[in-house]
Design a protein. Structure first.
Length: 118
């Protein structure tokens, strides 16, 4: 098996063990253009998991800041219409992020296998 193909596939499979760091290192270290192309694609796909997480944290913090705290911790009470909206928004965002994560994981596995089979 060709070392360049293995390195390209590892860039995709690094979603399991090295995140976006391995594709970034491979992109700057490798001299082969095909390996650089795969490293760039893997890096971008790994970023698709990080960027929504940042937005999720911001929405979560806004949810906590907007909800009135009481001893019962009743976030969904009648007087907190804005808090209720943010809680629902956060739950929807979590569901969307899980779907995006699954799609990105599956896409990276498929691309890694394609590179190894080529």
């Amino acid at each position: 098996m060709d070392n360049n193909r293995i390195l390209s596939a590892l860039c995709y499979f690094s979603i399991f063990f090295a995140g976006f760091i391995l594709p970034l290192i491979v992109y700057f270290v490798s001299t082969d253009q095909d390996v650089k192309r795969h490293a760039k694609r893997a890096f971008i796909s790994h970023l698709l998991l990080i960027i929504p997480t940042i937005f999720g944290v911001i929405i979560f913090i806004a949810t906590i800041a907007a909800s009135p705290f009481s001893y019962e911790m009743n976030i969904m009470n009648e007087s907190s219409g804005n808090g209720t909206f943010l809680v629902i928004l956060w739950f929807v965002f979590v569901i969307v992020e899980v779907i995006i994560s699954l799609v990105v994981f599956i896409w990276n596995i498929i691309q890694g296998i394609k590179v190894l089979r080529a």
